[in-house]
Write a protein of this length. Structure first.
Lengths: 112, 112
């Protein structure tokens, strides 16, 4: 059972366009992470959000944690080919410390 | 770089043979994890360890066993490999600060 639903599953855009990836759940999470994975490599942590309503920015990437801590979004402004990759969200709860639930991922392709 | 290595990086084996994958970390972290990654499923937890000789099952543990005799090494064993265990396997560690996990480069296992 996938507790974290990511949408869309696949996104193909042109360089310079904006995109948003969503991560939704019926569960409340104490923290939520976003990872990016490139082919043949392991996921790399981008950001952690822990407070409901929190917004974090990492250069052209903006991450938001929902007020109820059940959902999150990742927005990329002016996407570049280097943003291409599989984006994964993962949530942790206080009663399962150290264990994460992962979404199935969103494959983003940015073409020049 | 979380100082995580996995070996082998690629392996092809036949159905019914035993296979052991190794995860090695250099930073003395207490928590270590084994995941498998399959298209459409994201990352699914197989087993995890919270210390030497302390391990527990994840959501897809059937057909897998683990051992941790030293802090730095976490071994995943497929006692009798099946074609359904063809996958990419990732090891991860959890730093003390929270749920954030850091991943190794992965092992691509093919069972023929």
């Amino acid at each position: 059972t996938q507790l974290l639903e990511q949408s869309p599953q696949f996104l193909s855009i042109q360089e310079g366009e904006n995109l948003t990836v969503y991560c939704n759940s019926s569960s409340v999470f104490s923290s939520l992470q976003w990872y990016r994975q490139e082919p043949g490599e392991g996921p790399v942590l981008l950001v952690t959000v822990v407070t409901g309503g929190e917004v974090k920015k990492l250069k052209r990437l903006t991450f938001q944690f929902g007020d109820a801590r059940k959902d999150s979004s990742l927005h990329i402004t002016a996407a570049q080919p280097g943003d291409t990759g599989l984006y994964l969200c993962a949530g942790g709860t206080t009663d399962s410390w150290g264990k994460l639930q992962f979404g199935a991922g969103t494959q983003v392709v940015v073409t020049p | 770089d979380a100082g995580i290595t996995q070996s082998p990086r690629h392996k092809v084996t036949e159905t019914g043979t035993p296979v052991t994958l190794r995860c090695h970390q250099t930073e003395n972290h207490r928590y270590m994890y084994w995941y498998r990654q399959d298209p459409g499923h994201g990352l699914r937890l197989i087993h995890y360890s919270y210390g030497v000789k302390d391990t527990d099952k994840g959501e897809v543990s059937d057909g897998y066993s683990v051992s941790r005799s030293k802090t730095e090494d976490f071994l995943l064993t497929l006692e009798s490999a099946t074609s359904s265990q063809t996958s990419v396997y990732f090891c991860a560690i959890n730093r003390v600060e929270g749920h954030e996990q850091y991943f190794g480069p992965g092992t691509r296992l093919t069972v023929t």
